[in-house]
Design a protein around this ligand. Sequence first.
Ligand code: DOR
Ligand code: ZN
Length: 430
Amino acid sequence: MRIRIDGGRLLHSQTGELYGASVCYDDVTGKITAIGDETIPADKVETLQGELILPGFIDMHVHLRDPGFTAKETLTSGLQSAAAGGFTHVACMPNTNPPTDAAEIVRDITTRGRDVGKTSVHPIACITVSQKGEALTDFAQLKEAGAIALSDDGKGVQHGRRMLDAMTRAKELDMPIVIHSEDETLSGNGVLHPEAAKRIGVPGLLEESEAAMIARDILLAERTGVHLHVCHVSTEQSVALIRWAKARGVHITAEVTPHHLLLTEALITEDDAVWKVNPPLQGERDRMACLEGFLDGTLDMIATDHAPHTVDEKSRGILRAPFGMVGSEVAFPLLYTYLVLPGIVPLSRLVEAMTRVPATHFGIDGGAMHVGGTADFAIVDLTKEKEIDPDRFYTRGRNTPFAGWRATGWTARTIHLGREIFIAGEERFI
Ligand code: DOR
Ligand code: ZN
């Protein structure tokens, strides 16, 4: 059946302007058949009220917790949450139980993820067996099974020579190495930025632990020629190093999270683990550097680091609770409301960083809207403003410091491969 959506607004990929147009797609082939006006023939017509029709969003960093930590999240709840946030593709991190270090686990996630019938999931597999930082996993088998990249996210690969071996092998197989940059000899048992840590009376986590590891891995990426992707960049020094590496021609990309673009350690005035995330919320200078790096493309893309935990785990106080915040459902509304609306970030930059840019760097079939391309859309309503209420989330996680913030830019509907995978207000699966 050919479906035509009238009354929406599209973002022009060259000019960055919004313009009214009708989009027609085929729900059997899952392809866009025409972009034009209301005279395009169709079997069914739907009419919007000026909502944006954007390419489906792509998030290269989520924790779906399945297998093993299904009290925090399941594939079903995590992928429904992603769909509710307008995402049509997510890449999930391997710190599951068992960790995603073998082909059958990659296949299990891919198969069960497909059965959920929501957002497409692309597993990122472990660099080292059990994420222990020792023996390398079998990259070729993991790739064969469908792993899109390799990472030990949650922690960094501490041993330099081992990382060099990993990059050499990954380059041979044309697989990106995705790094959680943390020199544990510097970060130690720290839990917050040193300033906030002092106020709360917990161990501080040195900002330098991030840039120190990024520096090492840039040098190794230059030597090996591997595609190095840096997760959740949070400090001024890290941005400067990545800018330097790009100028040298190193094959490097980087992501920044909504929380590191919008929050700083100064907000942490009481012992509430809702603020606890790794890398930690940093200083205002760091936040501004991340924003600048995002605007000039040094930080290529937005990724949420969606990291759900149970209410019980997060109520144990900053010292004992796990690191992490949920992000899938609030990413676009927060960034649109607090960076685009005040004129800090152009809408076109935000959208490309959530669509075309990750698609291009990770070879995902999506992120753009053109005739013959995949019918993947995030239909976003810019008129309704509402308060962020974790109790209404689709994710199992409730851990967000943005509860109570007002935002607009909510996803009204998500279409993936020509099928509706989310309609605002739909029932939760969990
Ligand atoms: O805050 C974080 N949470 N950072 C990480 O690197 C891991 C993640 C998690 O798995 O909870
Ligand atoms: Zn991480």
